[in-house]
Write a new protein. Sequence first.
Length: 298
Amino acid sequence: MPRFAAVDIGTNSTRLLIADVKRHGMADVERIEQVTGLGRDSTRSGRLTQESIGRTVRVLAGYGQRIRSAGVTASRAVATAATRDAVNREEFLSAARKALGFRPDVIGGEEEAVLCFRGATARHGDPDRMAVVDIGGGSTEIVTDDGGVSVNIGSIRLTERCLPTHPAAPEQLAAARRVAAEAMRTAGLAHRPETLGTAGTWTTLAAIHQRLDHFDPEAVEGTSLTLTDLEGMVSRLGKLTLDQKRAIPGLDPLRAPVILGGAVIAETALRVLGLETITVTSYDILDGVCLALAQGGR
């Protein structure tokens, strides 16, 4: 059975999927996510820091070993907003190639959106009926089968720009909502009967909403979040100290500094798209990359 590996090097997290792709679907062999913060502290300088490069490369070295021992047919790593916008991206890509054993591809927002949509909808029925909202650390993709948009705002970038303190001051939270709304002002898409929210912000918000003792991707799959739910979480998270957020069950403590920014973007996305509810899925760009590899693409 063909086996494929996908690595997603995001602004906030670095993730691995090794999967067997069958004729009628996919079966996960291993799915790992680690918060590495590659794009942390780069919003103003435009440079990836040595600390963030080091953290990410160490994780990639471990992923490379896992890929080599898994007997994969083909593999691909994609690097998104933090890498494509960094003035020193070649420094990072060179180190990443040595760690992984192959060079990551820096992909643009359009390709990122297509891969996100393909992966998120692969196990959810008819893609023609769906829209997908993928909130990353550096960008947010909103896409349907007709195409989509990538907006240059994500949980890390919104946090560094507007939400530097914990708790957030009311004026900071108001500014974050304005910035998110302005970034997504032109992101309206044709209505679809179902909208999926994918990637770490959505799955974390689903875990918080369900009051899970620990994060479980199977438990959050299919969770419905309403606009009212998201407004309540933004209000709650905005009043907490960083230590209080780190203590929330189901929330990775490393994601705690930026979860409020992600929640603001989630809330704003529903408003911009005119939605009352969204369905959370743990399937995402990693699945899209594996499916593309299985069909002989990239």
